[in-house]
Design a protein around this ligand. Structure first.
Ligand SMILES: [Fe+2]
Length: 134
């Protein structure tokens, strides 16, 4: 069973970013699978993968906003930084003496994704005209 199922409401209509978001959903679901198998080793690998891919994707989003001198950039990039900080903290916790419960960790990843894409990311869609949504 997947933790996070792709829904049409997640589509921003910008092909590159929609593909990035689909990849993030995939990594979050793989993390959930690792949680179900209680594989700490695999969870750490996937948190690393999520961190790297999120960083790549956030950079692309922020580049777009920078190009358009979008005033929302500062707040948006703060959200990105906070997410990366959480992933690092989760990863650290997995190898600590008292690790966080794994299920709430992946539920956090899922909920962050949904609220970020539906609310925060939706704001930069206006930067694209209809011809450049690639
Ligand atoms: Fe974003």
């Amino acid at each position: 069973m997947q933790l996070l199922v792709w829904e049409s409401r997640f589509n921003l209509g910008i092909k590159t970013f929609d593909n990035h978001h689909k990849r993030l959903v995939e990594i979050i679901n793989n993390s959930y699978r690792a949680v179900q198998h209680n594989s700490t080793h695999r969870i750490i690998i996937l948190l690393d993968e999520l961190f790297d891919y999120a960083m790549y994707h956030f950079f692309a989003e922020e580049q777009l906003m920078r190009t358009h001198s979008d005033p929302a950039l500062k707040d948006h990039s703060r959200e990105h930084e906070e997410f990366l900080f959480h992933i690092s903290a989760f990863k650290k916790s997995m190898t600590s003496k008292e690790p966080l419960y794994k299920v709430p960790v992946v539920v956090f990843l899922k909920e962050w994704f949904i609220s970020h894409v539906l609310v925060v990311d939706r704001e930069y869609v206006r930067l694209f005209d209809n011809k450049s949504k690639t």
